[in-house]
Design a binder for this molecule. Structure first.
Ligand SMILES: Cc1cc2nc3c(=O)[nH]c(=O)nc-3n(C[C@H](O)[C@H](O)[C@H](O)COP(=O)(O)O)c2cc1C
Length: 179
């Protein structure tokens, strides 16, 4: 059974991205898909300065190993200035080699509806930096999709299911191809 790592990319203590990731994790659990959340708020993340992995702190090296051992990823991306937030981009810069040629889904959270295309920046970065292929649909939410910090939008929940269907199918197909 493939393992999926969910990467929660917001450092905000009251993050909506974290709620979106939590809702997606619940669906993976229901499907019996092995998964684990890596929440950027819990990491001792250093800045990427192109040093070798062994020179980063132990926490960074442990995270790298978890990513290398996983087959798929789901990124929770807070939209900053129509693009990927700085901390999440830094995370990808450090760990890109652990994600090489794997599969990913994208969840994005923004303040308003107009920034939907920002999620394409993350897909492009993953493709160019790690040859990661992202599945459709990309799931996009705004403040209106949450109530009291809980994801309430039924449309978003349906999109999460569709994204998971496609991601899990790709992971199974990749497993069979490599068997
Ligand atoms: C520096 C910064 C830039 C932002 N840029 C955008 C933007 O371009 N478009 C948008 O819709 N929201 C933008 N926002 C709003 C965030 O996307 C929104 O607050 C979102 O909820 C962040 O995710 P989080 O709740 O998980 O932290 C920005 C917020 C910050 C702090």
């Amino acid at each position: 059974m493939p393992k999926i790592i969910l990467i929660q990319g917001s450092l905000n203590p009251d993050s909506n991205t974290a709620q979106l990731i939590a809702a997606t994790k619940r669906e993976l659990d229901k499907r019996g898909v092995a998964n684990e959340i890596i929440d950027l708020r819990d990491l001792e993340m250093q800045f990427c300065d192109s040093r070798p992995l062994r020179e980063y702190n132990e926490n960074t090296q442990a995270v790298h190993k978890k990513l290398a051992d996983a087959q798929g990823f789901i990124f929770g991306m807070p939209v900053y200035c129509y693009s990927v937030s700085g901390p999440l981009k830094n995370f990808i810069d450090i760990h890109s080699s652990a994600m090489e040629k794997k599969w990913a889904g994208i969840l994005g959270q923004a303040g308003g509806k107009a920034s939907y295309m920002s999620l394409g920046d993350l897909a492009r970065i993953l493709a160019f930096e790690s040859h990661v292929t992202t599945v459709q649909p990309h799931v996009y939410t705004t403040y209106a999709d949450y109530d009291d910090g809980e994801l309430t939008s039924e449309k978003t929940k349906a999109k999460i299911q569709e994204m998971l269907d496609n991601l899990v199918a790709c992971l199974h197909a990749a497993k069979e191809e490599n068997a």
